[in-house]
Write a protein that binds this ligand. Structure first.
Ligand code: GLN
Length: 281
């Protein structure tokens, strides 16, 4: 198979499943990550022969993409804040909206030294790893209920050469945090079953439901529990940061007020949806 015939096969197999723009990005990702080539290499030498083993790998990727498996699972990683983050079926694939939350925290705290940070529901570890890369000598802690997620996050911390303290724990049965923090952050599960109709197959069928879904009758359960614990564990100049369900901004702000947070800021993501909250005293 040549590069050109690979490209033709990719587009022909996937055109009934995905918009062209998405197939374009699959093409680029496979070129870069499976073949170690750029689009310029392709343009210069479209008839270059693809080796047999790469050929088999590419055929496998194409047929799995046709089943809507996420491209990040097929190549094994994604990029988050320019870091390489390994992903698998046990962790949520880090989203660009979460990068915006990280930028907000860094904008507020990047010059402060020795921060104590706690992340709840770490999944791949993308949040504490990205914070650790940009904060000076921070003490970064993270909790997750899933041992498989913690294993993945630990590998990611190793790959990215950062030091993080991992705690295997269910936040819903936690009675208090072990210390005071400058920053508490969480992107907990927040999707209701009633929103399933809006979701794509690659998310619904291949990403962990434990990381995504909450009960329709108590969709802010994690926000409530974390805020109740955080109110007595945030230092005077500290803050609580949440990624939120775009449809639940009002409810989340209301519950933070009830718990005792005075200043609450809501921010939209790049798509114009209510997506992040910062709460202070
Ligand atoms: N904190 C991780 C992330 O932002 C995992 C979130 C989750 O699984 N709900 O991607």
């Amino acid at each position: 198979m040549t590069l050109l015939s690979f490209k033709q096969k990719l587009y022909a197999t996937l055109e009934s499943h995905y918009p062209t723009s998405e197939i374009d990005s699959f093409f680029k990702i496979i070129l870069e990550d499976v073949l170690n080539l750029s689009k310029i290499d392709f343009a210069l030498e479209p008839n270059k022969i693809v080796s047999d083993d790469k050929n088999t790998k590419i055929d496998q990727i194409i047929s799995r993409l046709a089943e809507h498996q996420p491209i990040q699972h097929l190549i094994g990683f994604t990029e988050f804040m320019d870091l390489k983050i390994m992903v698998n079926e046990h962790v949520l694939i880090p989203r660009p909206e979460t990068e915006e939350l990280i930028r907000w925290i860094l904008n507020d705290y990047s010059t402060a030294p020795n921060l104590d940070v706690l992340d709840i529901g770490t999944g791949s570890g993308c949040i504490p790893i990205a914070l650790s890369k940009s904060l000076n000598d921070a003490n970064i802690n993270t909790i997750d209920i899933s041992t498989k997620a913690i294993e993945t996050a630990k590998k990611n911390a190793e790959i990215n050469k950062v030091n993080i303290n991992f705690i295997h724990q269910d936040i819903l049965t936690t009675n208090q945090f072990p210390q005071q923090y400058d920053v508490i952050v969480s992107n907990p599960p927040y999707v209701r079953n009633l929103e399933k109709a809006e979701m794509q197959k690659n998310v619904l069928e291949f990403e962990p439901h434990l990381a995504l879904f909450v009960e329709d009758n108590d969709p802010v359960i994690f926000y409530k529990k974390i805020a109740e614990l955080a109110i007595s564990a945030i230092k005077p100049k500290g803050a609580l940061y949440y990624e939120i369900n775009q449809y639940l901004g009002k409810e989340t702000i209301e519950l933070l007020k009830q718990i005792g947070f005075k200043n609450i800021e809501l921010k939209k993501d790049m798509f114009g949806n209510d997506r992040m909250i910062k709460a202070t005293f």
